[in-house]
Ligand binder design. Structure first.
Ligand SMILES: *[C@@H]1O[C@H](CO)[C@@H](O)[C@H](O)[C@H]1NC(C)=O
Ligand SMILES: *[C@@H]1O[C@H](CO)[C@@H](O)[C@H](O)[C@H]1NC(C)=O
Ligand SMILES: *[C@@H]1O[C@H](CO)[C@@H](O)[C@H](O)[C@H]1NC(C)=O
Ligand SMILES: *[C@@H]1O[C@H](CO)[C@@H](O)[C@H](O)[C@H]1NC(C)=O
Ligand SMILES: *[C@@H]1O[C@H](CO)[C@@H](O)[C@H](O)[C@H]1NC(C)=O
Length: 427
């Protein structure tokens, strides 16, 4: 059998709980596929990309107004918790569509893939104590003239960069100026503004050797150096004016940990005679190391640490038939973080709190972009089966691998940009 992969501690716990062996075996077979789904998302776009594609101005669909009524800035309270609030109806809907934006990856293009309901498009995030103006793409681009941004992290970060680019592309189409071999790290420039946005693939933020093929099937545990930063982002760090940094779920994979170049232990490596240190240990250590670098870096720009986002698999997990059939947001208190996410989240908040103090002392502008709770309330925002093109076209009872981790575009994470704009403008 294929030796996979990331989350087989879950399988192990299936055994432990005496689930049917058959179920476990099926799960293992599914994992290769599922892994690709959740963590690899192979990124080579289906249309070949030239370095500077000439994209015609897309048609704007008539039923989608350009912008919502702006909310006067004075309404925004001085100190407002942007991360506690509710999703409220937004009759005008998203500012872009699958027609107006060419940059949506197929697995997140729920409209194109035939998702039948559309109510999930008509909500916006509203903090409880203040009005949050809608992202203003014109104003944003003006503010960002000659500036460079990078969004750094895993596939959720790639999901996010598409959202931001789609919103901005209503004003100007960006030129695609760089991609790495696997289209995981990419860069775009908005030519009239000399504004650069990069997405940098660095799922662990620390240096990692990952042994996975294009299908997400791994031949060996990841090797993680908990005391070395990933050059992918660190090499560009001082040239960036704004950064959104995040990590999370990759720490749950089978991993061997190194410090000082020496193996110190591992997580989920039952066949190795190594100290079982666990992902908590590694997450804490890695985040602490990343934050320490940031707060002592004398960086003059703005750095947002984005918290990890929850999945919404129900009736199973990602490898065992989990689905996310909800079609509307839920209210605070009606849903809790899953245990595993809670663990990641607590470490993030603890390490951030320590770092924030030092950042202030050192004059580094480090802010928490705490989208976890905002996202938790949107179980309706995932592709589910519609990560595939018309999955039920031939068989309405087809069994389809669901994606309840990434987000439909347009979709809930568009609202992250409202929050970010507020932090950038008033931060
Ligand atoms: C956009 O989505 C609609 C369904 O909402 C579909 O009919 C159309 O073909 C899609 N267009 C593109 C360019 O993906
Ligand atoms: C464009 O922006 C970069 C910084 O992102 C700056 O170094 C460069 O000088 C700018 N170019 C022009 C023509 O202003
Ligand atoms: C790594 O090296 C430093 C100093 O060289 C030492 O203080 C530290 O204990 C070492 N850590 C491990 C895990 O060996
Ligand atoms: C596992 O490691 C321990 C301590 O380092 C050692 O005593 C033991 O012989 C090792 N077992 C195997 C199977 O290598
Ligand atoms: C789908 O399932 C329903 C009942 O669950 C059944 O009546 C129907 O025949 C099935 N359709 C196909 C195409 O298999």
């Amino acid at each position: 059998m294929v030796k996979n992969m990331g989350l087989n501690w879950r399988l192990w716990s299936l055994h432990k709980h005496n689930h049917l062996l058959v179920k476990a075996a099926v799960s293992i077979l599914l994992m290769g596929l599922a892994f690709r789904l959740l963590f690899v998302h192979s990124t080579v776009p289906e249309t070949p990309f030239v370095e500077k594609p000439v994209i015609p101005n897309p048609p704007v669909s008539e039923d989608v107004p350009e912008i919502r009524d702006p909310i006067p800035e004075e309404v925004v309270a001085e100190k407002c918790d942007l991360f506690t609030g509710d999703w409220i109806p937004n009759p005008s809907g998203p500012v872009y569509t699958n027609e107006s934006c060419q940059l949506i990856e197929t697995h997140q293009n729920c409209m194109k893939n035939g998702r039948p309901d559309s109510a999930y498009l008509y909500w916006r995030w509203s903090p409880r104590d203040c009005e949050l103006p809608q992202f203003d793409a014109y104003r944003f681009l003006e503010l960002m003239r000659n500036k460079a941004w990078a969004l750094i992290g895993d596939s959720i970060t790639r999901n996010h960069v598409q959202s931001l680019l789609c919103i901005l592309s209503k004003v100007e189409q960006p030129d695609h100026v760089y991609h790495d071999k696997g289209y995981k790290s990419r860069r775009w420039v908005f030519p009239s503004y000399n504004f650069t946005i990069s997405v940098l693939w660095s799922p662990f933020l620390v240096q990692a050797a990952i042994f996975e093929d294009m299908n997400g099937v791994s031949t060996s545990e990841a090797e993680l150096h908990l005391d070395q930063l990933d050059k992918k982002w660190v090499d560009q760090y001082q040239n960036l004016n704004y950064m959104i940094i995040s990590t999370g779920k990759w720490f749950l994979k089978d991993t061997i940990y190194y410090e000082n170049g020496t193996v110190v232990g591992c997580h989920s490596c039952s066949n190795k005679n190594l100290t079982k240190l666990g992902f908590k240990f590694a997450y804490q250590k890695a985040l602490s190391f990343v934050f320490n670098f940031i707060v002592t870096s004398k960086h003059k720009g703005m750095i947002l640490f984005r918290t990890a986002t929850p999945d919404h698999f129900e009736s199973g997990e990602w490898f065992s038939g989990g689905v996310c059939p909800k079609t509307a947001p839920v209210k605070e208190g009606e849903i809790e973080f899953k245990d595993l996410h809670g663990i990641l989240r607590n470490i993030e908040l603890e390490e951030f709190a320590k770092a924030e103090k030092k950042a202030q002392e050192n004059g580094v502008n480090l802010k928490l972009l705490d989208v976890s709770k905002i996202s938790l309330l949107r179980p309706d925002g995932h592709p589910g089966p519609y990560r595939f093109f018309h999955p039920f076209a031939n068989d309405k009872n087809a069994t389809v691998q669901n994606d309840c981790l990434h987000w439909c575009l347009p979709g809930p994470i568009d609202s992250w940009n409202d929050v970010i704009m507020e932090m950038v403008v008033n931060g």
